[in-house]
Write a new protein. Sequence first.
Length: 134
Amino acid sequence: MGVKTLTRADIADAVVRKTGISRQESQHFVEMVLAEISSSLANGENVKLSSFGSFGLREKGERIGRNPKTGEEVPITPRRVLFFKPSNLVKNRINDRLRRKMASMPDRRSGPDGKSGANGASPSGLPQFNGKKR
């Protein structure tokens, strides 16, 4: 079971449902927003979307890397890398959903007696070591 990916089409469909504008207009709107974000980032500007997060660029200097297969040193050229920093609101939404999911799952750490895991496993699920050899 895979994780669903939100696409441009999904965003455009949501705009249609929530605003009532035509599908063609909503697709154009989504493309304009994404183009503005991309253009700003390409021009070296940071993009901050309140209550969502910030996109920005970091400058990475030249450095020496290694080819893992041969061990040969290889220069890695300077570049700019994109980063995204989610807002606290987005982080909380993600973590709240995870907490609710975890709360609805049975506790797998406890065994049939409700104390330790099955077969003498500790609450971590690993076998317990009592210092004696078998």
